[in-house]
Write a protein that binds this ligand. Structure first.
Ligand SMILES: C[S@@+](CC[C@H](N)C(=O)[O-])C[C@H]1O[C@@H](n2cnc3c(N)ncnc32)[C@H](O)[C@@H]1O
Length: 254
């Protein structure tokens, strides 16, 4: 998907804001080497680097990496696909916020993360869990299908049981895994939901004219009104999965 990095920084900075609490789990000491996987515009990469750790931010989107480089010219950013990272036994921690649900090949992703961690290195990540944004996605899907198009969700939102199994199979020892509801207020009052849809469902809207797009946005808003319009703002029905898992050196063959 083509990411709009300006819309992301202007209207969706809450994504990185929520991710800041995850940094409490990370050893950010000077001697540490950390990968911020799917770093976006670099906000959390910058936080991770504040105590002197060596931090590299990687992302598949060149738009995001260009913006990260201009936001934080002193930090290192590279365009890389998380499923085929070019690192081997290099990082103490792989940190990742709001990225894994965008990736369909989870086996390849976890293998790639495992390979770039040092033995006993730690994966610390958070992303969408089972039923994340289900109100928004169900409404959007209904509107698209009523117009004679099909909608195929690009997201992977697992339960914690499902994801623990994947982590075990990839050779990780799971230290912490939880799922939780995180209702998320969207900025910009009435425009909050349409901004959100234009950012995160951008690829699904590509094939429509401006007029059709406006219709889709209006109808989706209408369908979501009862469930997620609360006290004069849109509150997205986020559910997150939070993980701390260690590379188990006895599992090298995986
Ligand atoms: C919601 S943004 C999160 C960005 C950042 N971590 C934050 O907290 O602000 C999701 C990011 O995942 C990146 N992404 C999606 N698929 C990826 C992949 N296969 N490899 C690397 N990055 C990917 C996107 O380009 C986007 O920047």
């Amino acid at each position: 998907m083509k990411w709009n990095s300006n819309l992301y920084d202007n209207k969706h900075s809450f994504v990185a804001e929520y991710g800041k609490s995850m940094i409490n789990f990370v050893n950010v000491g000077k001697e540490q080497k950390i990968l911020d996987l799917g770093c976006g515009t670099g906000v959390l990469t910058n936080e991770l680097a504040k105590n002197g750790a060596t931090v590299i931010g990687t992302d598949l989107s060149k738009n995001m990496i260009d913006k990260a480089k201009s936001n934080y010219p002193n930090l290192i950013f590279q365009v890389e696909d998380a499923t085929s990272l070019p690192f081997k036994n290099e990082f103490d921690t792989v940190f990742s916020n709001a990225v894994f649900h965008w990736i369909s090949n989870q086996e390849k992703l976890l293998h790639s993360v495992y390979t770039c961690l040092k033995d006993n290195g730690t994966l610390i990540c958070e992303f969408g869990a089972q039923n994340n944004i289900s109100q928004i996605q169900t409404a959007f899907e209904k509107v698209i299908e009523q117009k004679g198009y099909s909608y195929c969700s690009p997201f992977f939102f697992p339960s914690k049981e499902e994801y623990k199994l994947l982590l075990d199979q990839a050779g990780f020892e799971v230290k912490h895994i939880i799922e939780y509801d995180r209702p998320t207020p969207l900025a910009d009052e009435e425009k909050g939901l349409r901004n959100w849809i234009c950012q995160f469902f951008a690829s699904d809207l590509l094939e429509f004219s401006d007029e059709q797009k406006e219709q889709i946005l209006l109808e989706t808003e209408k369908l979501c009104k009862n469930s997620i319009w609360k006290n004069n703002q849109w509150v997205a029905d986020y559910r997150r999965i939070q993980i701390i898992a260690v590379k188990n050196k006895n599992n090298r063959t995986k």
